[in-house]
Design a binder for this molecule. Structure first.
Ligand code: ADP
Ligand code: ASP
Ligand code: MG
Length: 386
């Protein structure tokens, strides 16, 4: 049984200044007058704050990861939820800010990319009964050792959706600085079109391929637990984009969107000894460090010497730990890192049955004289890289 509770998540730009926090409080007030559904609010850190904290960490100890790093990064949300609760009180509403450890948002101990295991809802439910609006810190959790954890950059979306699941809400509203999900990043492609409805599958692909409008885990959780997502503008009272199960009436254009991911670096290694064991061992070491490898391409370099060439991509922030693993384990292998690249992908469920998308894609690259790393980086899957 789903409940009527409405979870609303406000992103960094939406709470980026005292004026914006006040505007968010106004919106929550007007919603509470129009709509009797109880509201639970989740907020990100003020825009730019988490980047500032990452910068401080890098200047202090570049590449360090662990509880101290997560504690530092999570501090941005503490400021915004406290300010938002104060702004709501000023509007005459009752509000209470909560850090993850106060509520019981329990995660594993994979610092910087922790996964939520459980959310305790008793305090929230009690507040709602008493007419109090809980204002929850996004992005953070607490592990079994009582350490503060964080869910990965953009993770407040995941906090909100996980909370919606725990509260048995049927939908979750994600308020952001654009009016919805577009066919490409509207800040880069002014001609991009707003999409009214998207299915979970397409949104998972868009998020995994670099569209940072939603944190990928949030969409995966929403799909698994059937929570509809409504991505909409904080600043305009317009309908945004609904993300839900595929329905009969849903339009499925051949291409739904073009995504890009500039936060990517390519490692090229050669010559590596031949055989899958070498690859299993290398990727095992990367995975032990929590490094997410994206696109992988491997080919035989030289049959007579039995060596292979490997290329794979990782997020920019993982360049340093990846280099360390390679130099420690494969000191004789020639390793090149390319960090001036971007991954561009085409997404659309309608593409499954339509030829010609790859042809058009490469024609556009050719017309715009954009070099493609086609000979070394192969398509991740037939579907998402055409
Ligand atoms: P928030 O701080 O609200 O979580 P984010 O910066 O994480 O906001 O996500 C919103 C941003 O996502 C937009 O400002 C936009 O530049 C970017 N974006 C990238 N791809 C898309 C897309 N396809 N549709 C809408 N926004 C997109
Ligand atoms: N404040 C965090 C970040 O900047 C989480 C989020 O915004 O969702 O990544
Ligand atoms: Mg975000």
């Amino acid at each position: 049984m789903k409940t009527e509770i409405c979870v609303k998540k406000f992103g960094g730009t939406s709470v980026g200044s005292v004026e914006r926090i006040t505007a968010v409080a106004d919106r929550i007030l007007s919603d509470s007058m129009k709509d009797k559904r109880p509201q639970v609010v989740v907020a990100s850190a003020m825009a730019g704050e988490t980047n500032r904290l990452v910068d401080l960490a890098n200047k202090t100890n570049l590449g360090f990861r662990g509880p101290a790093y997560d504690m530092l990064l999570a501090s941005g949300e503490q400021v915004s939820i406290a300010l938002l609760a104060m702004a709501l009180e000023k509007k005459g509403l009752k509000a209470k800010p909560y850090l993850a450890h106060q509520l019981g948002i329990v995660t594993d101990s994979m610092y910087s990319r922790a996964r939520i295991k459980e959310i305790k809802t008793d305090l929230i439910l009690k507040d709602l009964e008493n007419g109090i609006i809980p204002v929850v810190a996004g992005f953070q959790g607490v592990d079994e050792f009582d350490n503060i954890t964080t869910l990965g950059r953009g993770g407040s979306d995941t906090s909100a959706v996980a909370l919606a699941v725990a509260l048995k809400a049927s939908e979750c509203e994600i308020y952001t600085d654009v009016p919805g999900v577009f066919s490409a990043d509207p800040r880069i492609v002014p001609k991009a079109k707003k999409i009214d409805q998207l299915c979970f599958e397409e949104m998972v692909e868009m998020a995994s391929l670099g569209s940072k409008v939603l944190h990928i885990r949030s969409v995966e959780i929403a799909a698994k637990f059937q929570v509809k997502l409504h991505v909409r503008s904080t600043f305009e009272a317009t309908e945004g984009t609904w993300i839900m199960n595929m329905t009969e009436s849903m339009e499925s254009p051949v291409v739904t969107s073009v995504t890009h991911d500039a936060n990517t670096a390519i490692f090229r290694l050669a010559p590596l000894p031949n055989g899958p064991e070498v690859l299993a061992s290398l990727f095992g070491k990367l995975s032990d460090k929590g490094i997410i490898v994206d696109v992988i391409s491997q080919n035989e370099l030289d049959v007579s010497s039995g060596s292979q060439r490997l290329a794979f991509s990782v997020p920019l922030e993982d360049i340093l730990p990846t280099k360390e693993i390679i130099s420690k384990n494969y000191p004789k292998v020639d390793c090149t890192v390319m960090d001036d690249v971007a991954k561009v992908s085409i997404v659309g469920v309608g593409m499954r049955n339509h030829p010609g998308v790859a042809a058009k894609f490469f024609k556009v690259l050719a017309e715009n004289k954009i070099p493609a790393l086609g000979n070394n980086i192969r398509n991740q899957s037939q579907r998402d890289h055409r």
